[in-house]
Write a protein that binds this ligand. Structure first.
Ligand SMILES: [Ca+2]
Ligand SMILES: [Ca+2]
Ligand SMILES: [Ca+2]
Ligand SMILES: [Ca+2]
Length: 475
C-alpha cells in the first residue's frame, strides 16, 4: 500500500510493508536491510506486541470475578472483564493512591510487591493498643499477637493489591496502585469514632492524599454527625469514596453507614451467576461487584483464617484463603476499577473538581452489566434496590472513557482516523481493546463517520469524542 502525504511543498512517498506473519526480530532485520540499501530516507518497523491475556499467578484460575469460565459452577462470562481491561494503555504517571481503611494488614505477605505501602498509618491510636511484635511498618502490621481481625484487612488488600503476574498466589484487581494501608481496629477488631476521624484525616493529608478511599466496615449511623463533613469535604475535593453496603444480616438489610452516605459509592455483592448474594440493599445501593466464594490473601502461615477457619481451609497453602464472601471484598474490587480509570486518564475527573467524584460514580454506574437483571446494558438507569445500577464491568468503564482512540495509544489524532479506514473498508484490525473505542461520534456504530468526526476534531475544532457511552456498540 502506498500513501502520498503532502507537507508544505514537499511530497513524501510512504510505503507500508505487510509483514504481519513475520516475527518482530525478522522485521527488524528487514528494516535494517532496506535502510542500508540507500533506497529509503528512513525505515521504521511498526512494532506490535501481543499482550498477556492471562497471568502466571498460581491460583489465577480460581479467580472467577476476574475471569469466569464457570470454574466454580457459575455462569461463564459473569465477571468484570478484567483481562480485556488489562489491555488498555495507561499513562505513565504516578499511580493513584488508594487508602484502605481496615483492621490491620499482613504487610510483608509473599504475594505483595516489595515496598508497596504508601504512608501506612495506625489510626487505632496508641491508647488502645496491646503489646505486639512490630514488623516492617509498626502499627499497621498484624504482628504475632495482634491478629484478631487482621485476616480481614489482608483479605481486602489482596483483592486490590495481590501482586499480579509474579508467578505465585493471585492477581490483584489493580496491583499497580499505591495503597495507603490505614489500620482502624484495635486488638479485638473494635474501632471507634476517633480512629475513623484520624483515618480520614490521614488519608486527606496535603502531601500524598488518597484519590480513592475504600472502606470495608460498617458503623453506627450516629457517627454520621461527625463523619459526614469529612466525607463531604473529600467528595468536593474529587476523591472517590467507596464502601461495602453491608452483608444483610438480620436487622441490617438496608445499606449500612458509611455506604449509605450520599457522598459514598455503596457496593453490594454478587455470586458467580451474577445473582445477589445476601448483601444489604435499598435506595442507597449504587452497584454490585463479585464477592462471593472468592480467593484472596490470608495472613501467612498458621495466622489468619487458613488453616483454622474451616470455610477457608479449601487450600493447603496457608497463605491464601478461599470461599470468602462479603461486601468487604466488593469495595476494594470497585476501588481497583476506579484506579484503572485514573491510570488510563488522570484527568478523567475534568477541570471541575467539585463535580469530579460524581463523574467517577456516573462512569462506574453507567458501565455496569444489567442484562442479567432484565435491563439492557445500553438502557442507562438504575435497575432496582437489590443491585443498584448493576454489576460493575472494568472493560466497559474503560471503553467509555476511550472513544476516538481505536489504536489505544492514548492520543486522539489523525492516526486514529487512519486506523479506522482499513477496518471499515478492507477488513483491517478492529478497534482495540474494545470495538467501542472506534465509535468516536457515539452513534452506536463504527463507520466512516467516526473517521470524519476524528479528523474534524483534530484539524478544525470539531466536537470532542464523547466520554460516557450511550450506545450498545460498547456492550
Ligand atoms: Ca501474584
Ligand atoms: Ca494463614
Ligand atoms: Ca490514538
Ligand atoms: Ca460511530
Amino acid at each position: 500500500m502506498t500513501v502520498t502525504e503532502i507537507l508544505g511543498d514537499i511530497a513524501f512517498q510512504i510505503y507500508f510493508l505487510d509483514n504481519n506473519q513475520k516475527r518482530s526480530d525478522d522485521i527488524t532485520v528487514l528494516a535494517r536491510r532496506y535502510y542500508e540499501s540507500g533506497l529509503c530516507t528512513a525505515v521504521a518497523p511498526n512494532m506490535t506486541s501481543k499482550m498477556h491475556f492471562s497471568t502466571n499467578d498460581t491460583y489465577y484460575g480460581q479467580q472467577w470475578p476476574l475471569k469466569n469460565t464457570g470454574q466454580n459452577g457459575g455462569t461463564p462470562g459473569a465477571d468484570i472483564d478484567w483481562e480485556i481491561a488489562q489491555q488498555y494503555t495507561n499513562r505513565s504517571f504516578q499511580p493513584p493512591v488508594v487508602a484502605l481503611l481496615d483492621a490491620g494488614f499482613d504487610m510483608d505477605h509473599e504475594d505483595l510487591p516489595p515496598s508497596w505501602a504508601w504512608h501506612p498509618y495506625d489510626a487505632a491510636g496508641p491508647d488502645i493498643q496491646i503489646p505486639y511484635v512490630f514488623d516492617d511498618y509498626p502499627g499497621t502490621e498484624c504482628g504475632q499477637y495482634y491478629h484478631v481481625w487482621c485476616w480481614h484487612g489482608t483479605a481486602t488488600l489482596g483483592v486490590l493489591k495481590a501482586y499480579t503476574n509474579n508467578g505465585i498466589g493471585l492477581a490483584g484487581t489493580e496491583s499497580r496502585v499505591n495503597v495507603m494501608p490505614i489500620k482502624i481496629a484495635d486488638a479485638n477488631g473494635d474501632f471507634d469514632l476517633g480512629s475513623l476521624q484520624r483515618a480520614l484525616d490521614w488519608a486527606s493529608q496535603p502531601t500524598g492524599a488518597a484519590q480513592i478511599i475504600s472502606m470495608s466496615f460498617v458503623c453506627d449511623s450516629v457517627y454520621a454527625t461527625t463523619l459526614e463533613p469529612r466525607f463531604r469535604e473529600r467528595y468536593l475535593a474529587g476523591v472517590t469514596l467507596i464502601a461495602g453496603a453491608g452483608n444483610g444480616e438480620p436487622g441490617f438489610s438496608s445499606v449500612q453507614y458509611p455506604a449509605s452516605s450520599p457522598y459514598v459509592l455503596a457496593v453490594g455483592e454478587t455470586n458467580s451467576s451474577d445473582d445477589t448474594a445476601a448483601s444489604s440493599g435499598g435506595p442507597a445501593l449504587d452497584l454490585v461487584a463479585p464477592a462471593f466464594d472468592i480467593w484472596t490473601l490470608d495472613q501467612e502461615g498458621s495466622d489468619g483464617l487458613n488453616p483454622s477457619h474451616t470455610g477457608a481451609s479449601c487450600n493447603s497453602n496457608q497463605n491464601y484463603a478461599c470461599h470468602l464472601a462479603g461486601t468487604s471484598l466488593a469495595a476494594p474490587m470497585v476501588a481497583g476499577i476506579a484506579a484503572k480509570l485514573l491510570l488510563r486518564n488522570p484527568w478523567l475527573l475534568g477541570d471541575h473538581v467539585k463535580d469530579s467524584a460524581e463523574v467517577m460514580y456516573a462512569t462506574l454506574r453507567n458501565a455496569c452489566d444489567r442484562q442479567h437483571y432484565g435491563v439492557a446494558n445500553d438502557d442507562y438507569r438504575r435497575v432496582n434496590n437489590a443491585v443498584g445500577w448493576g454489576r460493575v464491568n472494568a472493560d466497559r468503564a474503560l471503553a467509555s472513557i476511550s472513544h476516538g482512540d481505536p489504536n489505544n495509544d492514548l492520543q486522539i489524532d489523525v492516526s486514529d482516523a487512519l486506523y479506522l479506514i482499513p477496518y471499515i473498508f478492507s477488513g483491517g484490525p478492529a478497534p482495540v481493546p474494545n470495538i467501542c473505542t472506534g465509535d468516536a461520534n457515539c452513534d452506536g456504530g463504527v463507520d466512516i463517520s467516526d473517521a470524519v468526526f476524528i479528523i474534524s476534531y483534530v484539524f478544525s475544532g470539531g466536537a470532542a469524542p464523547c466520554k460516557i457511552s450511550l450506545h450498545s456498540v460498547c456492550n
